[in-house]
Design a protein around this ligand. Structure first.
Ligand SMILES: Cc1cc2nc3c(=O)[nH]c(=O)nc-3n(C[C@H](O)[C@H](O)[C@H](O)COP(=O)(O)OP(=O)(O)OC[C@H]3O[C@@H](n4cnc5c(N)ncnc54)[C@H](O)[C@@H]3O)c2cc1C
Ligand code: FES
Ligand code: FES
Length: 1340
């Protein structure tokens, strides 16, 4: 609490007030003005239910619901979902915030949204769950009711890495007014399963005004409305103003001095895009200036500057439907719906967006482009000017806005002949900025061949900061007719010539952006002409429309072992849906706990000349600067056998851009992060970094990996590959590059170290506590027994927390030792993405020999893995067997190679190496099929491994389950043959949209490595017979705890609610191996079974005696009490390496995927996926289906949108946030998703007949590449090009487009075969010169 600063005037206040979950809170000037609502909620209000990850508005985990003044209605309020990470807490004065904690919890009952998410199995790690629920809650509150379409569109800003979204969509669709009967029936069952409202006794609808717990309270407006007047608060030397009039804004602006920086705060969402625009000396929050929300429905339409994007979309819809001349607003409406996501659009204003464009001309603003196209005028007022001026959008860009405020925009009506088409092409379906956006406006005379009556507008974003108009092309088009194909082709060519895209490494290539712009122009023309073009071309005019998604799940439930085999929600799901589930950073701070922030290198391969921390150390609140000199033990967080050192802090030489140089330790996280930026590091001997496998090979940084069969560094061989290759009739050589992937656990890497009397209590986001314990011991040079590690759960792992978290926790440990206080380090997203390595990139080079049928005779493969700067965690060594997938390769040579690059050490990522090996052989199959002009499925079938045949490092299979069981069922369920024909017809009828379908089968070897063991303890409490279990595995969303509880309940014969799972720790789980590779659940479930059997041996002796004396079976409680009084040990521990260890087994699966591509843009739609996986007798079908779906969607991201880019000069990883790195969203998954767990599939080797499910389905996701290949091939073949083409992954929209190789000469208005509806002249494919149609693909 501070006293009032100088500069007080009548409007100065000492605090602002807001309401959180029905309680009033004050914010006083000791809270910095840049503090976000999420930090206030978590740190000040102590509500950790709302999670935080990206702080960029890009992931949705921080969503809360805000009731805010509705300036369009007198004394009105409205309720919206917002990102708490984007909202500044001072902007919340007078607001009412609801967080997940308010919706419901175990004490008070749950909201229907919460129950649905849990009951539909929509939580895995649970980190995204509160945000998902609050987003839907906000939408429900804003709209009253939702239909299924609205539900689907609502989740455009919420990421989930675990589930693959399908169950989340189902859960929320069950609450939609038009939700399907089967979803509603299921919801009713779920509701029945929960306790009803404690107040009313009926099912909670989430809208009760009784104020009973678990329900919202409605009567608080009077408490919060008091702070709606003009005010100012002095926050240290910074002023925060909240005027209520435009004059008030101008008065503040007038006072601004030259050296001061002012920020007009509306939604503050701009900081999600441009984080470094501050620091500011003055904040002007204009949220209470009523005029800025004015909407005038006269002609012209006018909207105040603060009108949110969401509100503008509603206005556009209304005006387009109501007022003549405004139909074009439908185009703007659908374009603006593609801007950002629901929460950003709810908070963000159109004027704020324009100001981003004003400050950053390179920003591909959709708002700027579309308003410019519409001929909008801005009203802008300079502080010193008594009246406002009107300017157009281009004048606005040239206007000095330093002391001006945008007041409003006016949109004119258009004549009937004026038409607008706009486009936005980005890396995924939603919540992604444009690679290129475009707006075309033309005044056309339809009676005269669609003559362009006056100069049209051809506007583009994403080309270069200065390029807006295609001036030459605009001029050329005046008075030309769109029905003249020569005009269209010439204009497209001219457009290509006048565009000069800049070449920034994080952007798509200039070639793509030129071609895309030409194609968008063609698209616009076709759209304008509508039915005037022939039907097979018409589809060029539209973009891909995603229909409402649907799903099916088909599985057996084996009742004889219930609850094993029963589909029950995850044990933790109820704490996850209420925000009560505790993740590391949710643990309350100790009174003396400090925070650490890393200083990272800004070059990749250089010597450190000097480090100057003095400026950072001078910041109030900074406690210490920690470097390699402070490490008492070994400067490496790698401890596993044979592991090469990976330093905690750089010693002398930097190895990669982003490497940790030191840690600033401070009182708060905010101070630590800000001070870390002030540490100055000088470098010398800077070398150009080696960043790719090719560069590393050139620099001779390659090394063969040990052959585990021979113990030497030599290839694996099977048969006689060299001779067989020589003898083969057909031979092909090829290669396939596969890119990296960020694990994207939504819970960031974090470590917390607390000095205690005999060592340290350590909390870490680790999948492997044993290794973390050893790493801390090694770095601090203390015994392992003095380090206590406990892990409750992880918010996702996927391999990214097997070892990489140890750099964080060891740095925290060094700091804790130095300052003798607890230290917590939670990484911000950018640090998380650049400090540690990701999935290894791979290059596979192959030579294959085969016969006329496509049957393999010999295959030689080099698989080269990029290990990063130190290659400890490469998977390439064991891939020889995986490379064969379901096929028999009689002669095989496999060389596993690693290279070192100047990048962070790469690491295991879900299904490491196996997915790349499967992809390699599938690519070879496709290559062979292309060469022989055969259907790839035919080639797959002739190569299917027969029973009892030996293969490289694989024991002979009894049956080929894929061939015999899965493929026939899949083809039947997916109606494969029928759809193949339908696709052929579609492709014939559409020149610019093509469909493709493919099947990828899978054989997955599940061999238990000898070191994979876990400790398990089961304790039965005599008091009430309840049971607690702890195991050495880690719950990170995969359902290990649920399956273990099911096994314990089944074996002990007790209800599952008597079983509870405790955190994993290094006492019970001492020496346990990493949880990964789909081994943890299997082995811990197995361990639980053995432990229970051991306990039962003792307990049953007592039981038999009781039966004899009592004449009947005792109850469980009677039995346990008796055991206790007789001194029976009711606890037992087991180490899973025991003699009962399960045997190795195989997992089989296949996926059929159909895609559609828009050739002109490269965008694609995944139309339908059918997956069948053999899960044995599933222990929990819903958990297993969740694993299959989640793995598959993660793989789709790997192979499509998740692209990694580096700055080639500095080695900086440029894809370091949600703005540039794009995992799939709920609107990128297959529209129709059908999962079948193979029926009648017992597994005698597995635990209670089950099979692992965490990883295999990821391998099937390569089907997206083969299906896209099929669609691209359809276009290329139709244009006379049947050549093989490489498909290096990820196959982004850019690549799809470039592989199709579109040229303006192909732009037609009518196909040759059709009689043209008008006197169009046209170019047909036969007229394209032959040499151009050969090998035209720029990526070939
Ligand atoms: C995750 C995410 C995705 C996005 N995707 C897209 C996208 O696909 N396409 C796209 O075009 N945009 C996108 N955006 C940008 C988004 O549209 C803007 O952040 C938003 O519209 C800004 O509005 P705001 O009210 O939050 O502005 P603020 O962040 O509050 O302010 C932004 C700037 O505008 C100034 N300002 C605000 N109002 C006025 C005024 N009346 N007069 C003068 N100056 C003013 C402020 O001083 C500040 O400099 C995205 C943003 C995020 C976070
Ligand atoms: S943390 Fe707020 S959107 Fe990601
Ligand atoms: S459950 Fe959604 S991120 Fe884990």
């Amino acid at each position: 609490m501070t006293t009032m600063a100088s500069g007080e005037d009548d409007t100065s206040v000492r605090r602002i007030r807001l309401m959180v979950n029905g309680q009033n809170y004050t914010v006083t000037p000791d809270v910095p003005p840049w503090t976000t609502l999420i930090d206030f909620l978590r740190d000040n209000v102590k509500l950790p239910g709302t999670k935080v990850f990206c702080r960029e508005g890009g992931c949705g985990v921080c969503t809360v619901v805000a009731t805010i003044p509705d300036q369009e209605v007198d004394a009105g309020f409205k309720t919206i979902g917002i990102n708490a990470c984007q909202t500044l807490v001072y902007a919340c004065a007078g607001w009412r915030i609801e967080t997940i904690e308010y919706l419901g919890d175990r004490y008070t009952g749950y909201h229907s949204l919460q129950k649905a998410l849990s009951g539909f199995y929509g939580t895995q790690c649970g980190y995204c769950s509160p945000g998902m629920i609050m987003t839907m809650y906000g939408q429900l509150k804003s709209h009253g009711t939702l239909n299924v379409n609205q539900v689907e569109q609502s989740l455009d800003g919420n990421l989930c890495r675990c589930t693959g979204y399908r169950p989340i969509l189902d859960a929320f669709k069950s609450l939609a007014v038009d939700g399907s009967k089967h979803l509603k029936d299921k919801l009713a069952d779920i509701e029945d399963a929960y306790k009803s409202c404690p107040k009313t006794g009926s099912i909670c609808k989430g809208s009760c005004k009784s104020g009973s717990v678990g329900c919202r309270q409605e009567n608080q407006e009077e408490d919060i409305s008091t702070q709606l007047e003009d005010f100012k608060i002095n926050v240290g030397s910074i002023q925060w103003y909240r005027p209520v009039t435009i004059e008030g804004i101008k008065n503040v602006l007038k006072k601004i001095q030259q050296d001061e920086k002012v920020y007009i705060v509306v939604g503050n969402t701009g900081q999600g895009v441009y984080k470094d625009d501050g620091p500011y000396t003055t904040y002007i929050n204009t949220a209470n200036v009523k005029e800025l929300y004015d909407i005038s429905l006269n002609v012209p339409l006018a909207m105040g500057a603060n009108v949110s994007l969401s509100r503008a979309i509603e206005v556009f819809e209304h005006v387009a439907a109501t007022y003549p001349g405004y139909q074009y607003l439908r185009v703007l409406q659908s374009h603006w719906k593609m801007v950002a996501n629901v929460s950003v659009r709810n908070a963000g204003s159109w004027a704020g967006n324009l100001m981003l464009k004003h400050k950053h001309p390179e920003f591909p603003s959709d708002i700027f482009l579309t308003l410019l196209g519409a001929g909008a005028q801005l009203t802008v007022n300079h502080a010193d000017s008594p009246s406002a001026i009107q300017i157009d959008l281009e004048q606005f860009l040239q206007t000095d806005m330093s002391k001006s405020v945008i007041l409003s925009v006016t949109l004119p009506p258009l004549t009937q002949d004026e038409q607008i088409r706009t486009f936005k092409i980005s890396s995924r379906a939603v919540n992604a900025h444009a690679h290129v956006n475009a707006c075309f406006k033309m005044e056309l005379d339809p009676t005269d061949g669609y003559r362009i009556k006056r100069k049209p507008l051809l506007l583009f974003g994403g080309i270069n900061p200065d390029f807006i108009h295609a001036v030459q092309t605009e001029t050329y088009l005046v008075n030309k007719r769109l029905t003249d194909v020569v005009t269209v082709v010439e204009a497209a060519k001219m457009l290509g010539n006048e565009m000069k895209p800049d070449a920034k490494p994080q952007d798509t290539s200039p070639e793509y952006r030129i071609s895309l712009s030409q194609c968008l122009f063609y698209k616009a023309v076709i759209g304008f002409l509508g039915n005037r073009v022939s039907s097979d071309i018409r589809s060029a005019g539209s973009v891909l429309e995603r229909p409402l998604s649907s799903s099916e799940q088909d599985f057996d439930m084996n009742q004889d072992t219930w609850p094993v085999g029963k589909g029950i929600p995850k044990l933790e799901s109820t704490t996850q849906i209420s925000g009560e589930a505790v993740y590391l950073d949710d643990i309350p701070l100790l009174h003396n706990e400090l925070h650490g922030a890393f200083i990272q290198s800004t070059v990749a391969n250089a010597k450190i000349k000097s480090i100057k921390p003095s400026e950072a150390l001078a910041v109030p609140g900074v406690v210490s600067f920690v470097t390699a000199q402070d490490i008492p033990g070994r400067n490496s967080f790698v401890v596993n056998a044979g592991g090469r050192p990976d330093s905690v802090f750089v010693g002398k030489r930097v190895s990669y851009n982003g490497q940790a140089i030191g840690l600033i330790v401070a009182d708060t996280r905010d101070i630590a992060l800000r001070a870390a930026k002030l540490v100055q590091v000088e470098y010398e001997d800077i070398k150009k970094p080696v960043l790719t496998i090719e560069e590393a090979l050139k620099a001779e940084r390659e090394e063969m990996v040990m052959n585990t069969l021979t113990g030497k560094k030599e290839p694996y061989t099977f048969g006689n590959p060299e001779d067989a290759l020589k003898a083969s009739k057909h031979k092909l050589i090829g290669e396939i590059h596969q890119g990296s992937q960020f694990h994207l656990a939504l819970e960031a890497l974090a470590g917390r170290v607390i000095p205690i009397e005999d060592g340290y209590d350590v909390f870490s986001t680790t999948q492997w506590p044993t290794e973390t314990q050893a790493a801390v011991a090694q770095v601090l040079d203390i015994p392992a027994h003095s380090i206590n590690i406990s892990v409750r759960r992880l918010g996702g792992g996927y391999g990214g927390k097997i070892s990489r978290e140890n750099v964080v926790v060891t740095a925290a440990a060094v700091a804790a030792k130095k300052v003798k206080q607890p230290v917590r380090v939670t990484l911000d997203l950018s640090t998380n993405m650049t400090l540690v390595g990701w999935r290894e990139p791979y290059l596979s080079k192959y030579e294959v020999g085969f016969n006329d049928d496509g049957k393999f005779e010999s295959l030689k493969v080099d698989m080269i893995s990029d290990g990063g700067y130190v290659a400890n965690e490469v998977s390439v060594g064991f891939l020889g067997s995986r490379l064969q997938n379901v096929y028999y390769i009689p002669n095989l040579l496999f060389r596993p190679i690693i290279v070192k690059t100047d990048t962070a050490a790469n690491t295991w990522c879900r299904t490491p190496g196996t997915v790349e090996a499967v992809a390699t052989v599938e690519n070879v199959i496709e290559h062979v099929a292309n060469y022989l002009k055969k259907d790839p499925l035919e080639v797959r079938m002739v190569n299917m491994v027969p029973p009892a045949v030996p293969r490289l490092m694989a024991s002979p299979q009894e049956r080929n389950v894929v061939k015999e069981d899965i493929l026939p069922l899949l083809k039947q369920k997916a109606m494969y043959s029928q759809r193949v024909e339908e696709i052929k017809i579609f492709n014939m009828e559409n020149l610019w949209k093509k469909r493709g379908m493919s099947i990828v089968p899978l054989w997955y070897q599940h061999d238990y490595p000898p070191v994979f063991s876990y400790g398990i303890q089961v304790s039965i409490y005599e008091h009430d017979g309840t049971v607690a279990v702890s195991h050495g595995g880690i719950e990170m969303g995969q359902g290990i705890n649920t399956k273990v509880a099911q096994v314990v309940a089944y074996k002990l014969g007790i209800p599952i609610d008597k079983v509870i799972l405790k955190a994993s720790d290094t006492m019970v789980g001492a020496n346990s191996i990493v949880t990964g590779g789909s081994y943890g659940t299997d082995l811990c479930a197995h361990g639980a079974k053995v432990v229970c059997e051991g306990l039962l041996q003792r307990i049953n002796v007592v039981k038999e005696a009781m039966k004899k004396t009592g004449g009947k079976d005792p109850t469980w409680l009677e039995l346990i009490k008796k055991c206790y009084t007789e001194g029976v040990d009711l606890c037992q521990r087991y180490w899973t390496a025991g003699k009962e260890h399960p045997d190795n087994y195989e997992i089989w699966a296949a996926c059929c995927l159909e895609v559609e591509i828009d050739v002109l843009t490269g965008q694609y739609l995944l139309r339908r996926a059918d997956i069948i996986e053999d899960c044995g007798r599933s222990m929990n079908p819903y958990v297993d289906i969740g694993q299959v779906e989640g793995a598959f969607i993660m793989g789709l991201g790997l192979y499509t949108s998740e692209e990694v880019k580096f700055d080639t000069t500095t080695g900086q990883k440029l894809t370091n946030g949600t703005w540039d790195y794009k995992p799939p969203t709920a609107l990128d998954i297959p529209v129709d998703m059908r999962i079948t767990l193979l029926p009648n599939a017992a597994n005698p080797q597995g635990v209670l007949g089950s099979k692992a499910t965490g990883e295999p389905a990821l391998c099937c996701s390569y089907v997206v590449v083969t299906a896209l290949r099929n669609a691209i091939t359809a276009f290329r073949s139709a244009n006379g090009n049947d050549h093989w083409f490489d498909m290096d992954t990820p196959i982004t929209v850019e690549k799809v487009h470039q592989l199709c190789g579109v040229r303006p000469e192909q732009f037609m208005l009518s196909a040759k075969e059709e009689s043209s509806p008008t006197d169009f002249s046209f170019i047909i494919k036969d007229q394209i010169p032959k040499e151009n149609s050969e090998n035209f693909c720029p990526l070939n």
